[in-house]
Design a protein around this ligand. Structure first.
Ligand SMILES: Cc1ncc(COP(=O)(O)O)c(C=O)c1O
Length: 350
């Protein structure tokens, strides 16, 4: 049996033990989606707008970076190394945060994970913003080993006399996940102030840190809220294993091991499409439904797949009409421009 719930203030006090830099505009709004609710004729749908965290088009990664770069500064780092696919939202947000904090950013673009990359994919969206922040760009080939190239680059920088700090792929480790724990605290404070309860929170899951932190936060504060992460990597077993491992490490950091049963962490398959970075029919439908009913912009790689998962749950009748469901919008919207050629060809002008 798990321990009794704790107060948000208690959890905030535990989070305060870690160095943190302020990067996000918080609290992010919670908005009703009445037109999407009506079109799906199901439970009442809401969205928490973590796409509006601010810096350089926002997103969930800024929450992780508050803790990761807090540690980088506390350790006296003079540069930051991170990496991801060329269209990485995480790299864009890290590069933006480094520019804001006056830290040199070394960004490793790993090509080859997304096959058939178009010209827009390699020049627009996140790539463009990362470039504009002044990050030093490095290139590698995707090998499936996400962090080895980053550590090798950090070693080369250290040999050249620098003091690098490695932000892992996706910002996903226990320290980064503290940002998502903070999101759970913020959510509970908002729900309490609005006297609102929700049956479930839904979002997309990739490198796992976001769901891990949310799982730890909700397990401690409100275990009755169901948390569902939709795999967007087309690797649901790997995603689930990473979320569980990071959640256990995060709970240990905060002294919350007694609250978390990692076996109950819910990562679902079925909405990733054929591969990472490739749209499914459901992704396109979700992007269109969000845009045409709520002017909610989601992207082909992350939030569009998460929204497709939410739509799938509603259609499957898993929740009753009296329930409230919350979609966590993690951003990724610059990716819309990287996929413009595909989107335009799939959605001809009306
Ligand atoms: C826009 C967006 N949403 C969600 C995620 C998934 O978060 P996590 O990697 O913490 O699982 C990512 C990860 O890159 C992302 O860029």
């Amino acid at each position: 049996m798990s321990a009794a719930s704790i107060d948000p203030e208690d959890l905030l006090a535990r989070l305060d033990r870690f160095p943190r830099v302020a990067l996000c505009q918080v609290p992010t709004p919670i908005e009703a989606m009445p037109r999407l609710t009506a079109r799906l004729n199901g439970p009442a749908l809401f969205v928490k707008r973590d796409d509006l965290t601010g810096l350089a088009f926002g997103g969930n990664k800024l929450r992780k970076l508050e803790y990761l770069l807090g540690e980088a500064i506390a350790r006296g780092a003079d540069c930051v190394v991170t990496g991801g696919v060329p269209q990485s939202n995480h790299v864009r947000q890290t590069a933006a945060a480094c520019a804001k904090l006056g830290l040199d950013c070394h960004a490793m673009a790993m090509a080859g994970r997304v096959r058939k990359a178009s010209e827009a994919y390699i020049t627009s969206g996140n790539v463009l913003i990362t470039h504009l922040t002044g990050a030093t760009l490095h290139e590698a080939t995707w090998s499936g080993e996400r962090n080895a190239e980053l550590h090798a680059l950090a070693e080369r920088l250290a040999e050249a006399g620098r003091t690098p700090y490695v932000v892992p792929y996706g910002g996903s480790n226990a320290l980064g996940a503290l940002g998502a724990v903070h999101c759970a605290v913020e959510l509970m404070q908002q729900l309490r102030a609005k006297e609102m309860d929700i049956a479930a929170m839904v979002h997309c899951s990739g490198s796992g840190g976001t769901q891990a932190g949310l799982a730890v936060g909700l397990a401690a504060l409100a275990p009755e809220i169901k948390l569902i992460g939709f795999d967007i990597d087309a690797e649901p077993d790997r995603v689930a294993a990473d979320v569980r491992r990071i959640a256990q490490e995060t709970a240990a950091l905060l002294g919350l091991d007694g609250h978390l049963d990692a076996n109950t962490i819910d990562v679902r398959a079925g909405y990733a499409g054929p591969a990472y970075g490739v749209m499914a029919r459901e992704t396109l439908e979700a992007i269109q439904l969000g845009a045409t009913s709520e002017a909610l912009m989601t992207d082909p790689v992350y939030s569009g797949k998460g929204l497709a998962g939410l739509i799938g749950l509603v259609r499957a009748g898993v929740f009753s009409k009296s329930d409230r469901l919350l979609f966590l919008h993690t951003s990724g919207t610059p990716g819309l421009f990287a996929y413009a050629p595909e989107l335009i060809s799939m959605v001809p002008p009306g």
